[in-house]
Design a protein around this ligand. Structure first.
Ligand SMILES: Nc1ncnc2c1ncn2[C@@H]1O[C@H](COP(=O)(O)OP(=O)(O)OP(=O)(O)O)[C@@H](O)[C@H]1O
Length: 254
């Protein structure tokens, strides 16, 4: 084996997804590299969020959904995982910050408690570690017992990232995590994502082309449920092979 070879964290083969009769994801074949940032871009309604949700089986919650094909995490079909374990391994952060209406501290320990951690000292450690990883500790360490809803939008989003990290996932799915934030908070989250990829595999949906260019290693361009092109972000932005990719990233449509 070649040393330093990048491992595939997620391998997707011939993935098709239907909402009833509607064919929303069409023959998706991509590999997502471990400890990298993969951006999903493309016009509204092209299937980015649907694809993201397949990665932790969130689409299972929708009755009309039918999925075909193979989706492996660490070489194991995701359907073979217990769904609770899968969602522990594959955390998610949503577009609008959605802290629970409870204290900062309780937001972070919520997941670990569900997974059976009761020891107060251990929980305290998790809180400090997770908030540090989300670069929020210094801002909230004196208000851990105050309501999370009193934080700014940007702080709330970093809290949601800390909450996702508290159960020690391997993969972090992010669905437009900065679209509700001001530029300063957006910059902090982008900076944070750059740090997170040292330890986690990040898959992010973004409408912001500059953001995809700044933070991702690989980019998948979706259109009408298909991946038109998947390559290094550098190639997608500076040397796209498909005319549609070029037209999209240069703002000709979308
Ligand atoms: N629960 C659902 N039931 C039926 N159709 C759905 C459902 N969710 C999404 N769709 C359809 O699937 C297609 C893909 O939607 P999806 O939200 O994945 O796109 P997207 O690329 O993330 O869009 P956006 O950028 O606007 O968030 C759309 O045509 C949408 O209407």
């Amino acid at each position: 084996m070649i040393e330093n070879e990048t491992k595939n964290k997620i391998e997707i083969k011939n993935l098709n997804l239907y909402y009833g009769d509607f064919h929303a994801l069409k023959n998706i074949n991509i590999n997502i590299k471990e400890k990298s940032v993969t951006a999903l871009i493309g016009p509204s309604g092209c299937g980015k969020s649907t694809f993201l949700r397949t990665l932790n089986r969130m689409n299972d919650l929708i009755d009309s959904v039918r999925i075909e094909g193979s989706l492996k995490l660490d070489g194991i079909d995701i359907n073979q995982y217990d769904v609770i374990d899968l969602r522990k391994k594959v955390g998610m952060v949503f577009q609008n910050p959605n802290p629970f209406p409870m204290s900062v501290y309780e937001n972070i320990v919520y997941g670990p408690k569900i997974h059976g951690i009761k020891n107060k000292k251990k929980l305290n450690e998790i809180v400090e570690k997770s908030l540090n990883k989300a670069v929020l500790w210094d801002e909230v360490k004196d208000r851990l017992n105050k309501s999370a809803l009193a934080l700014s939008g940007g702080q709330q989003q970093r809290l949601c990232i800390a909450r996702a990290l508290a159960v020690e996932p391997d993969v972090l799915l992010m669905d437009e995590p900065t679209s509700a934030l001001d530029p300063a908070s957006t910059f902090k989250i982008e900076d944070l994502i750059g740090q997170l990829k040292n330890d986690y595999t990040v898959v992010i949906v973004t409408h912001n082309m500059q953001q995809a260019g700044r933070i991702s290693d690989d980019t998948a361009f979706f259109m009408l449920g298909e991946i038109v092109e998947f390559d290094s972000t550098e190639n997608i932005f500076f040397n796209p092979k498909d005319k549609r990719t070029e037209d999209y990233i240069t703002g000709r449509f979308g």
